[in-house]
Design a protein around this ligand. Structure first.
Ligand SMILES: O=C(O)[C@H](O)[C@@H](O)[C@H](O)[C@H](O)COP(=O)(O)O
Length: 253
């Protein structure tokens, strides 16, 4: 289905990927600011924050190429029910001269109760997106996600009943196959309702799972996001990650 498929971009390496990712994010940022005065973005962990730092902390090339962090509202796409994880997030890496984003971390007083942790984080979203009769789902301007070697994204794992969640915006998980087992995550309907979804997946270790996601799908969480979002979804990969993947690449303009 032309036009309905996700955009698969493949770069020679992370150095080449970073400026394209920056330009994509700035386009989403400017669209969000035009629509509602702020840029609402949710971010995953893994290697993504380091790639984002490379992309976003580079020197602007023009006025249009400006990252307006003071207009950013940053949420976590998923989070471990642990104290230390936030340290490797992009939150700690914004130099003050770029402006301070509004960051919405989890409330660590609820770490012992993942349902409460999820409910409290959902309240944070409700305050920002005004859940009510007319707002069934929050609409993030952008989700910046990674893909695990098993095809998971956020803390949505292959074959897990959480993939069938339809009501909650944020859900707890107590049996994550990837340690640690206790986490909270945005739910699939929230992920697929975003204006734009971008995955960043690099390195040869990703090629088997990317082949499965793009060729068979197999109900893998990343494939479900691809299917539900189509052209709203973009994959920023390097050649090593997509070697042997039969799926048309797009040129990044
Ligand atoms: O909480 C976690 O366990 C990580 O956030 C994890 O979900 C990560 O996002 C993916 O495994 C992709 O990680 P890489 O991009 O580092 O491969």
């Amino acid at each position: 289905m032309p036009g309905k498929q996700p955009n698969l971009f493949a770069f020679s390496d992370i150095e080449a990927l970073a400026p394209a990712l920056r330009s994509y994010i700035i386009t989403c940022q400017n669209a969000g600011i035009t629509r509602h005065g702020v840029f609402k973005v949710a971010v995953s962990g893994g290697s993504l924050p380091n790639t984002l730092a490379k992309a976003l902390l580079a020197k602007p090339k023009s006025d249009e190429d400006t990252v307006k962090f003071d207009k950013w509202e940053i949420f976590f796409a998923d989070e471990r029910a642990q104290l230390w994880i936030s340290q490797d997030r992009i939150a700690g890496q914004d130099p003050p001269e770029l402006g301070q984003p509004t960051i919405h971390p989890i409330d660590t007083q609820y770490l012992d109760d993942t349902q409460e942790l999820a409910d409290q984080y959902e309240k944070v979203l409700v305050n920002s997106f005004a859940k009510g009769d007319s707002v069934k789902l929050p609409i993030f301007d952008l989700l910046l996600l990674g893909s695990g070697p098993d095809g998971h994204t956020c803390s949505l794992f292959p074959g897990h009943p959480l993939l069938r969640e339809t009501d909650a915006w944020v859900a707890p998980i107590e049996d994550s196959p990837k340690p640690p087992p206790r986490r909270i995550t945005l739910t699939l309907p929230v992920v697929t309702h975003a204006v734009k979804v971008a995955f960043v997946a690099t390195g040869a270790a990703k090629k088997e799972i990317l082949k499965e996601i793009f060729e068979q799908g197999n109900g893998l969480p990343c494939a479900l996001v691809n299917e539900a979002t189509g052209e709203r979804c973009s994959w920023f990969t390097d050649n090593a990650a997509v070697e042997g993947v039969s799926f048309p690449r797009r040129g990044f303009l």
